[in-house]
Ligand binder design. Structure first.
Ligand SMILES: NC(=O)c1ccc[n+]([C@@H]2O[C@H](COP(=O)([O-])OP(=O)(O)OC[C@H]3O[C@@H](n4cnc5c(N)ncnc54)[C@H](OP(=O)(O)O)[C@@H]3O)[C@@H](O)[C@H]2O)c1
Length: 302
């Protein structure tokens, strides 16, 4: 089987590529950096530039599944130009993939599995969200995810199965928020953001990439939350990290207003609260390796 991956060089992509190669799945990938293009057995890179609508359509040859992970980082100050990149790198890139397939006389693509985010759910301390929720968050990231998912849905029109994976807070030592939470704690300077009541629907990196592989294996379609079955509050998360590292926590909580001054609108990332259910993917037969936080932290911090 041939798979085309966008964002293959990122945190999730690198791990998904490894798993595909272990299972003898042929991987083609699209990259926006010419220097990241390599060609090895079962692993071949192609250049694209979604901004200029440039794509090497040879990338689709013999491809049955597209795993779409491309997206500019959200952890860069949300200036107007960075916000445009965060949105366009997801929405326009999806459109360029769609146009690329449409331009071919024929293709073999059966399924697209796209990354998405739980930021689509409204900020709430009390609600428990599943995939049938229709309300969306009235924030920049909420709008980004809504537009991104709508663009991915256009693949229905090409008779391609669509799976959208709403990813929670990925715990990994190699990138994302976790190393940023770990660093101050290591120095004994760990602190909770705000009242610490905000829900953090986390997932261990091994499980999030396994969700993608599961949907690939069973040609799944629909929307799925990729979060561990047991979300925790910010306070529990930070305190568990400190406890697992055997570090003290003596600093007071950091008020929201301070983080807003430091990070601007991006402080939303630390304070928005989404308690999200993993039931749907479990009902599809997926079994989490790390359903609880403590073993996940032990694995990452040992
Ligand atoms: N990690 C998380 O906690 C998390 C949570 C929720 C959702 N997600 C979503 O899941 C996807 C994968 O996450 P990740 O953590 O693996 O991301 P990542 O490490 O930042 O990698 C994303 C990849 O996207 C490509 N990219 C960057 N800027 C781009 C642009 N302007 N246009 C097109 N492609 C661009 C890059 O690949 P090239 O340089 O090869 O082009 C990059 O390696 C992202 O879309 C992210 O929003 C992640």
């Amino acid at each position: 089987m041939g798979v085309l991956i966008t964002g293959a060089t990122g945190l999730l992509g690198t791990r998904i590529v490894e798993l595909c190669l272990q299972k003898d799945v042929r991987v083609k990938y699209l990259t926006t950096s010419k220097e990241k293009i390599v060609s090895k057995k079962n692993y071949k890179g192609y250049y694209w530039n979604p901004e200029t609508n440039e794509i090497d359509t040879d990338c689709f040859k013999d491809v049955k599944v597209i795993i779409h992970l491309a997206g500019g980082t959200v952890s860069k100050r949300w200036t107007p130009s960075n916000k445009k990149e965060i949105l366009d790198s997801r929405v326009i890139s999806t459109r360029v993939l769609h146009r690329g397939i449409r331009s071919l006389p024929n293709h073999n693509v059966l399924q697209i599995i796209s990354a998405s985010g739980i930021n689509i759910y409204p900020d709430s301390l009390t609600k428990y969200y599943n995939e049938s929720e229709t309300e969306t968050d009235d924030s920049f990231l909420g709008d980004v995810v809504k537009a991104w998912e709508a663009e991915v849905d256009t693949f229905f029109g090409l008779n391609i199965k669509v799976a959208k994976v709403r990813i929670g807070l990925v715990l990994s030592n190699d990138g994302g928020a976790f190393p940023e939470f770990k660093k101050p704690t290591e120095l004994g300077l760990g602190a909770v953001f705000g009242k610490g009541e905000q829900w953090q629907s986390w997932i261990h990196i091994d499980d999030v990439v396994r969700v993608f592989m599961y949907l690939l294996k069973y040609c799944g379609e629909g929307t799925f939350n990729a979060v561990a079955p047991n979300p925790v509050t910010q306070s529990e998360l930070i305190k568990s990290i400190a406890k697992t590292m055997d570090k003290p926590m003596f600093l007071p909580n950091i008020p929201r207003v301070v983080m807003k001054l430091v990070l601007g609108e991006m402080h939303d990332l630390l304070f928005s609260s989404q308690r999200v259910s993993s039931k749907k993917i479990e009902e599809e037969g997926f079994v989490f390796k790390y359903p609880n936080l403590q073993p996940a932290l032990l694995e990452l911090l040992s």
